[in-house]
Design a protein around this ligand. Structure first.
Ligand code: URA
Ligand code: CA
Length: 433
């Protein structure tokens, strides 16, 4: 087999065979096929696309390029959740204990934040004492015991994806639906999940700006799931503004606690209930969506989800008292209120920009090696569609620097107030299964 022929075939819009796909993935992973040939193939895929069968082969070949996690020692159907990335997206912190409180095993492998989006591991580490450095055996044992545990990325999972992603980054081929779909699904499958619930974001603050693009990505990922024996459901959700009110690590933990107490922001609560419903149904613990949703709502109200969160924190060395006393979380030195300059209705909250402002306060990493400040961030007081009076607080900035003169103008540029009637954007755009 020759890489030249594979490139030529895809360039001409033909379908690649499983052998051809495996040949290029293994050759690239072990270094026998050079970057320039894979670059050419990626560009051919960018223009010609891949059908569902090719996508499933590509995903499986990427999974097989490295280690896979064996979760078979955990009883029950392991359902994972993946979000394509949002600002202020605290759903994992809520969903993991919420779903676990119904007896669904949550064995979660999470990552750190990079750029304008945060990471679950960083958020959890803002709980004093909490650590994710547990062994594979401890991880499995804790899921069996408490139904929930979170671990950092361990092992050499999907090395082919790592190499290809780096190459895509410098060859203008990141934005290709088949390449994104196989990249995400290969990582979920390698991490050992039996079933997958995807939260595909759409809108200004999302990777997929148009709902139609998000749908196409969701369909590709669901098709890969179906062809690889992982039941997969995708929820298309809105990212035209940050989720909830808080953006920043400890601030989002506090918001997660409030949500688990049944007092969370409306959008965040609704998204958790929607994603949670599908996780519970895919796990088989509850048969119907209606019943799953009812039980999840009950556990938010009766304290069971919160109790599971406490147990989970304690089992990973964290201080469970943060749940009753969130002031035990890291606090920023300065809490600076930014008032609205005029009266009207909030018409836009540019999610990316809010994420970038939080990052510049220290809440996020510009590069992988940056050290972050867990206490800082932004708390919105108004969301799109809410009315505001001149002088009323628009956001509170939590900062460890007193001088935020460079930040304030950016806040005003990222939150727009208009005089018109504005309605809040629909949260759930579609469900793909
Ligand atoms: N996230 C991924 O993991 N892979 C992509 O290709 C894009 C987003
Ligand atoms: Ca939030």
């Amino acid at each position: 087999m020759r890489m030249y022929d594979i490139i030529e075939k895809k360039r001409d819009g033909l379908i690649l065979s499983e052998d051809e796909i495996r040949y290029f993935i293994s050759g690239y992973t072990n270094g026998t096929i050079p970057d320039y040939q894979v670059s050419a193939l990626l560009m051919a895929i960018y223009f010609q696309g891949m059908n569902q069968t090719e996508l499933a082969y590509l995903t499986k070949a990427m999974v097989d390029s490295g280690d896979t996690i064996d979760l078979s020692a955990i009883e029950g159907v392991k359902v994972d959740k993946h979000s394509t990335g949002g600002v202020g997206d605290t759903t994992t912190l809520i969903l993991a204990p919420l779903v676990a409180s119904l007896g669904v095993p949550v064995a979660k492998m999470s990552g750190r934040g990079l750029g304008h989006t945060g990471g679950t591991l960083d958020k959890l580490e803002s709980i004093p004492g909490f650590h994710i450095e547990i062994t594979r055996d401890e991880f499995i044992q804790r899921v069996n015991q408490n139904k929930v545990a979170v671990i950092g990325q361990t092992g050499n999972l999907t090395p082919a994806d790592k190499k290809i992603y780096s190459l895509r980054d410098v060859t203008a081929t990141v934005n290709s639906i088949p390449l994104i779909a196989s990249s995400i699904m290969s990582k979920k499958i390698a991490a050992g999940s039996d079933a997958i619930v995807l939260d595909v974001k759409t809108g200004q603050g999302a990777f997929m700006k148009q709902a139609s693009e998000a749908e196409e990505l969701a369909k590709s990922m669901v098709a890969i799931g179906n062809k690889t024996n992982r039941k997969t459901i995708a929820v298309i959700s809105d990212m035209n503004q940050p989720l909830g009110y808080a953006v920043g690590n400890a601030l989002e933990v506090k918001e997660a606690i409030e949500t688990l107490q049944g007092n969370g922001p409306k959008d965040l609560t609704e998204l958790c209930l929607t994603l949670g419903t599908y996780m519970v149904v895919l796990s088989g613990v509850v048969q119907t969506e209606k019943e799953a949703r009812k039980k999840l709502e009950e556990n938010l109200q009766n304290g069971k989800a919160l109790q599971t969160f406490k147990l989970f924190i304690e089992s990973q060395g964290g201080d469970p008292q943060v749940v009753d006393d969130p002031d035990r979380l890291p606090q920023a030195k300065y809490k600076i209120e930014v008032p609205a300059k005029k009266s009207g209705t909030v018409s836009k909250i540019i999610a990316d920009d809010i994420g970038t402002i939080a990052m510049s306060l220290g809440a996020g990493r510009q590069t992988k090696d940056d050290v972050i400040d867990l206490a800082v961030g932004i708390v919105l007081h108004k969301k799109i569609g809410e009315s505001v009076k001149a002088g009323e607080t628009l956001v509170t900035i939590h900062s460890n620097h007193e001088d935020i003169s460079d930040i304030k103008p950016k806040i005003y540029e990222s939150i727009l107030i208009s005089g018109d009637n504005v309605t809040s954007p629909r949260l759930i755009h579609n469900i793909i299964s």
